[in-house]
Write a protein that binds this ligand. Structure first.
Ligand code: UDP
Length: 382
């Protein structure tokens, strides 16, 4: 019986593995890490019992009913509403930029229309912003940009904001009301027992075999098809060069009680070397009172070197060119499809990763049934 291989036991790989297994196909999921979950992985801190987001804060949010229903099959989603505060120039502000932020920042008490007029007087309109800075200036004006975005973005990306795509900022809303929810999606929550447990339940499917601590390259087996959710350049042994990423380093802080009063506090000033501090127990409001101790991660961003864990794809012109070459190479390589954040070299929210993996599974099953070869990509990564 033909067997399928899924490389990577993260969210994308798990969703496809389950779909193929449930449809009656044998599946081998292989991951060279010792654990599942990819960069969504969580673990109860052995010292305190606090559920810790091992690769930085992950908040589940979506407006996709199908995705929301899907995750709830595999975990108890607990109510959680993500809010972020930002430290800038010695003061704490509300993010994303909303009416409270504007009033705090300018020391005013404006209503929505007045705030809108004030911001309009400060913005530098651009029809088609060419980069992050133009996008920010046309959205919020120079003062708010310099306070909240310029320094943070330099630290996060290690680049001048004029070199970065405008799209990065488009992820964040601007609101002229007091809604300080970080996300604008209809559904939001946190898996009660963590993402690793959720992904373990997805992988707990008929005909799905999991092998951890083993690299795909070391497998000698023959497969009917490979679904590769690792870095696309690695699949080809970097023969066309490396795609660059930012990686994160976490300095663990331990304390008692409540360290910072919220889950995520951003540090926007350029002279503070870290970007944010995450206090993990605040991700679990339903159980946080149980813990006297607390654990925080102070987050530092830097360029990803060969043995580091890749986090954020840096899609600048140079990487885009290399990516296009890999895409062309992938399209001429039979027997493998690329999927997920690393497989397609894109920033992907978890809900998008699931939606794409569900759609990919459907397409793949149809093609298998028709005796056709699955495509190299299920979503155009270009
Ligand atoms: N950003 C910023 N200041 C902040 C928060 C975000 O300049 O306080 C910028 C930064 O460039 C970041 C982008 O907005 O990369 C997207 O922010 P988001 O919170 O979505 O980043 P993530 O949580 O994915 O790292």
């Amino acid at each position: 019986m033909a067997r399928y291989c899924i490389v990577g036991a993260g969210l994308s790989g798990a969703v496809v593995a389950r779909a193929l297994g449930e449809a009656g196909h044998d599946v081998l999921v292989v991951d060279e890490r010792g654990g599942i979950g990819g960069n969504c992985a969580t673990l109860r801190d052995p010292q305190t019992g606090i559920m810790t987001h091992l690769y930085g804060p992950h908040i589940f949010h979506t407006s996709d009913e199908k995705v929301w229903a899907y995750v709830q099959r595999f975990c108890a989603m607990m109510p959680y509403a993500h809010r972020v505060q930002a430290v800038a120039r010695g003061h704490v502000f509300s993010l994303p930029v909303n009416l409270l932020t504007i009033n705090q920042f300018f020391g005013l008490a404006l209503n929505p229309a007045e705030a809108q007029a004030l911001i309009a007087s400060k913005t530098i309109p651009q029809e088609a912003p060419r980069h992050f800075e133009e996008q920010a200036l046309s959205m919020i004006g120079r003062e708010l940009y310099e306070a909240f975005f310029e320094g943070y973005t330099r630290k996060q990306w290690g680049l001048d904001p004029t070199e970065l795509p405008a799209a990065i900022l488009k992820r964040l809303p601007l609101r002229f009301n007091y809604d300080d929810s970080y996300f604008s999606h209809r559904f939001q929550g946190m898996p009660r027992d963590g993402y690793t447990e959720m992904i373990a339940s997805i992988l707990d499917a008929p005909r799905v075999e999991l092998r951890l601590g083993e690299s795909f390259e070391s497998l000698g087996d023959d497969f009917a098809h490979v679904i590769y959710s690792g870095p696309i350049d690695r699949y080809f042994n970097y023969r066309l060069g490396r795609l660059n990423y930012r990686t994160l380093e976490f300095q663990v802080l331990r304390s008692r009680g409540d360290f910072q009063g919220t889950a995520v506090l951003n540090y926007c000033d350029a002279d503070v070397p870290f970007t944010r501090v995450t206090e993990h127990k605040h991700f679990a409001p339903w159980e946080k009172e149980r813990f006297d101790e607390t654990i925080c991660y102070r987050e530092y961003s830097r360029d990803c070197r060969p043995r580091d864990v890749p986090y954020y794809p840096i899609r600048l012109a140079k990487e885009q060119k290399t990516l296009n070459e890999y895409i062309a190479l992938a399209r001429s390589t039979p027997g493998v499809s690329f999927l997920g954040r690393l497989g397609s070299y894109r920033y992907l929210d978890m809900d998008v990763a699931i939606a794409e993996a569900l759609a990919a599974s459907e397409q793949m099953l149809e093609m298998i049934a028709a005796g056709a070869a699955p495509p190299s990509f299920f979503v155009d990564p270009g």
